[in-house]
Design a protein around this ligand. Structure first.
Ligand code: PLP
Length: 280
């Protein structure tokens, strides 16, 4: 049998352990070969039911009384996502807001936690929204934004930032380094542990953008000593348009960081306990 035979291809399909997953997704055009999971995953049948049940049964039946349990969903969904896709123990992941908002919040919180330091490092191949947010923060706070030119093959192969390359840019003035776990164009995979360790040895934080890695690869944040990360759920996580993003703040650094958007959800648990006691 030749590798170009149709029969050979069908045989491979039959023995593919992932083949049964196909039936879990809504496929309206069987001839469409959908390879755009890095932008928006396919719609799972289970999601159609879950969203419809939520709207008709929970919202429909419970109206405002549902608030008391919906309000905890950021943590409940965060723990689930952390366990299933990030290698994160409970109490460190929230599913909330958008990737851009979470990125802004974590970067600003990290910079504020390193007062006096004036340098932020990222890479030229990073996703546009991340670079724009960093440029905005740098302008607002008068910081020096260093952009590693990893689009130049003489600087980096396939845009990959290694700890060795990053070290050339590190100093005691660096508050924050931020990179993608998987480069969105080249697919290069960063070594999250060695880069986080290097930045930490200079007293700096790393915020990882794991949008293109979530649901696609094992990341094991806790095991690799990651401090801060964000990502979306609508690519390999197969959630839909408008779905919330997530953020990860390791237990180690939670007390060091202050939520930049200081609304009521940024208040400590004591505030909530007394608010609930007075109101309910
Ligand atoms: C790597 C990366 N970071 C950030 C974003 C921005 O996400 P959002 O527009 O949902 O805030 C995207 C969107 O595709 C992305 O791919």
């Amino acid at each position: 049998m030749k590798v170009t035979d149709r029969a050979y291809a069908l045989e491979l399909d039959k023995n593919d352990p992932l083949a049964p997953y196909r039936s879990k997704f809504v496929i309206t055009d069987p001839n469409l070969c959908y390879l755009d999971g890095n932008s928006l995953g396919r719609l799972p049948h289970a999601t159609v039911k879950a969203v419809s049940d939520f709207v008709s049964h929970e919202w429909g039946n419970e109206v405002v009384t549902g608030w008391s349990h919906w309000i905890d969903e950021a943590q409940v969904a965060g723990d689930l996502l952390g366990r299933a896709a990030l290698g994160a123990a409970a109490g460190q992941v929230l599913v909330c807001d958008t990737t851009s908002v979470n990125f802004y919040q974590l970067c600003l919180a990290a910079i504020k936690a390193r007062p006096g330091r004036k340098t932020v490092i990222t890479d030229a191949a990073n996703f546009p929204t991340d670079r724009y947010i960093l440029a905005g923060i740098a302008e607002q706070l008068g910081l020096n934004l260093v952009i590693i030119d990893n689009e130049d093959p003489a600087v980096a192969e396939n845009e990959l930032i290694t700890a060795e390359l990053l070290e050339k840019y590190m100093s005691e003035d660096v508050a924050l380094v931020t990179l993608e776990v998987i480069q969105y164009r080249s697919g290069a995979r960063s070594d999250i542990e060695s880069i986080t360790d290097l930045a930490r040895s200079y007293g700096a934080f790393v915020v990882w953008d794991a949008s293109h890695a979530t649901g696609a690869i094992e990341m094991n944040f806790d095991e690799h000593g990651v401090d801060l990360a964000i990502g979306c759920t609508y690519k390999y996580g197969n959630s839909g348009p408008g779905s919330p993003a997530w953020l990860y703040v390791s237990k180690r650094v939670q007390k060091e960081l202050q939520v930049p958007i200081q609304g009521w959800f940024g208040k400590p648990i004591d505030y909530w306990n007394s608010w609930c006691a007075n109101r309910l």
